[in-house]
Design a protein around this ligand. Structure first.
Ligand code: SAM
Ligand code: SF4
Length: 487
């Protein structure tokens, strides 16, 4: 049975589609973007597993033995001249049982000194290759970047500033675990040039926190938000997860309301990926305490409703932003992009990932560093490069990547634009894909109007699944079950 959750009527969005045979994404209204239709029968039918498409092809398709020469070739052939830098700090003090990130749990602070030795060596080696680039983004992710002491943080930032010149308007962001933050840390981060922070919260409910071994009080987090606002960080964001043990639709609703009181600029509400066979720590979670699939869905449905009613824009997948946030504006203007860090406003930017497990995307190449710390150290020692796997995108990969990006960022795909960009005949090139999306047309997840494919209000929740119809790898490799469920 169809059950609309909306700020506006469905008609408004249909109107919006019908009035625009050729996608002109300027000035799309928030109400049209937020008008998500929730259809239980379609969810039962289409809630499959699928990639989050932070890249196409995804990391599962990377090939071994990607060499330093391949990397150099990618850099030499890239037509881009802006760069986003990603720095991975893998350490955490304590294990959160749900965690699927690349991390190393340790209490030994000195391990980070050794890590910084290698990281600084890596970035110093790489920097000359990018001297002609403008660096418009620097992001610290993890693990927990705030594992670093003040001295360690100063050391790495000095090294980055010595090797690269950050543009004065660059977004400089960091992921923060509130439990690892010392009172002076936020001040220091501001002084070092950070202007955006992302706070790992997951849930405010003490029972949930205890079950996942991550206890942090609401007061602690509220104080952090207050301090970040007082220090005038441009953007204060939050991570939540739905599907954790002991969560109920009621308890999660309350936690989201508490979060909204703090007025974060952007919010990620991740679907908990419970894969205990892949992540040993998750075996510590009592599977009987996990919410049922129907309760999980209710949590996400409520979240969309709460966030959109509070004036946030549903960007897509697991992402929300305040309507005047740059990400939300970019989506309404048709300038949204997607890379390994998720949705972004940066267009045609290369991404250089430094540190263990980091992924880079340079021109038409994607490559990844060694994923285990000891291998990362060994590879850097032996080869002066930590890159181990990667892929040079073929023309077919680039065409499909453009199709998937357009659908995920803007819920629309102009066949004409893809034809102009890649000199193909869309209908011929994608005859198999167009045949496989017929059921989505029947079920009104998409509409094709004047050679543009529009994801409808009903289809927005299934955007990842719709994209798999244009993915040449997913059917070949039967890797689908390795991805998380879309809802
Ligand atoms: C690197 S952590 C954020 C920084 C810091 N380590 C922290 O936990 O506060 C990135 C985010 O990934 C999400 N995450 C981790 N494991 C997950 C899982 N199994 N399923 C869904 N989201 C997960 C959490 O929301 C977490 O905040
Ligand atoms: S969620 Fe964050 S703090 Fe917890 S183990 Fe994962 S990376 Fe570390």
């Amino acid at each position: 049975m169809s059950n609309a959750i909306s700020l506006a009527t469905t008609t408004m969005n249909k109107q919006h589609i019908l009035n625009r045979p050729e996608p002109d994404l300027n000035a799309i209204e928030l109400s049209a973007i937020n008008n998500i239709e929730w259809d239980e029968a379609l969810i039962t039918k289409y809630n499959v597993s699928g990639p989050r498409y932070t890249s196409y092809p995804t990391a599962l398709s990377f090939q071994p033995n990607y060499s330093a020469d391949d990397v150099q070739h990618a850099i030499n052939n890239s037509a881009n001249n802006t760069l986003s830098l990603y720095i991975h700090i893998p350490f955490c003090h304590q294990l959160c049982y749900y965690c699927g990130c690349n991390k190393v749990i340790t209490r030994h602070q000195h391990k980070a000194d050794q890590y910084l030795d290698f990281l600084i060596e890596e970035l110093t080696q790489q920097a000359p290759n990018f001297s002609h680039y403008t660096i418009n983004q620097l992001h610290f992710g993890g693990g927990t970047p705030t594992f670093l002491t003040d001295e360690q943080m100063i050391r790495i930032m000095k090294a980055i500033n010595a090797a690269f010149t950050l543009h004065k308007t660059a977004e400089v962001s960091i992921e923060i675990d509130p439990r690892s933050l010392r009172p002076s840390s936020l001040c220091l981060l501001k002084k070092l040039g950070f202007n955006r922070i992302s706070i790992g919260i997951q849930d405010f409910n003490p029972d949930v926190q205890q079950a996942v071994n991550r206890e942090q009080s609401y007061e602690q987090i509220a104080a952090l938000f207050e301090q970040a606002r007082a220090l005038q960080f441009d953007s204060v964001n939050a991570d939540f997860i739905y599907g954790l043990p002991h969560q109920t639709p009621e308890s999660f609703k309350k936690s989201i309301d508490m979060l909204l009181d703090l007025s974060p600029d952007r919010v990620s509400v991740f679907n908990y990926a419970h894969l205990p066979e892949r992540f040993a720590a998750q075996r510590k979670i009592d599977s009987h305490a996990l919410p049922s699939p129907s309760h999980k869905l209710m949590m996400f449905k409520n979240t969309i409703q709460q966030m959109t009613q509070a004036g946030y824009q549903y960007i897509g997948i697991d992402h929300f932003a305040k309507k005047d946030d740059s990400l939300a504006i970019a989506q309404r203007k048709g300038n949204l992009h997607r890379n390994f860090q998720g949705y972004t406003t940066l267009k045609d930017s290369d991404l250089l990932g430094l540190g263990v497990s980091s992924i880079s995307q340079i021109g038409s190449s994607i490559f990844q560093n060694e994923k285990q710390l000891k291998h990362y150290y060994k590879k850097l020692n032996e080869d002066a490069s930590a890159v181990t796997v990667g892929l040079n995108l073929s023309k077919d990969d680039r065409i499909r990547a453009a199709v998937i990006k357009s659908l995920l960022c803007h819920s629309v795909l102009s066949m004409r634009k893809i034809e102009e960009q890649f000199n193909i005949n869309f209908e011929q090139y994608f005859s198999d894909s167009l045949a496989s999306i017929q059921p989505f047309i029947t079920d009104e997840l998409i509409q094709i109007i004047d050679r543009s494919i529009y994801i409808t209000n009903k289809g927005r929740l299934f955007a990842r699944m719709i994209c798999t119809a244009f993915d040449a790898y997913i059917s070949n490799t039967a890797q689908q079950q390795r991805y998380s469920r879309i809802l």
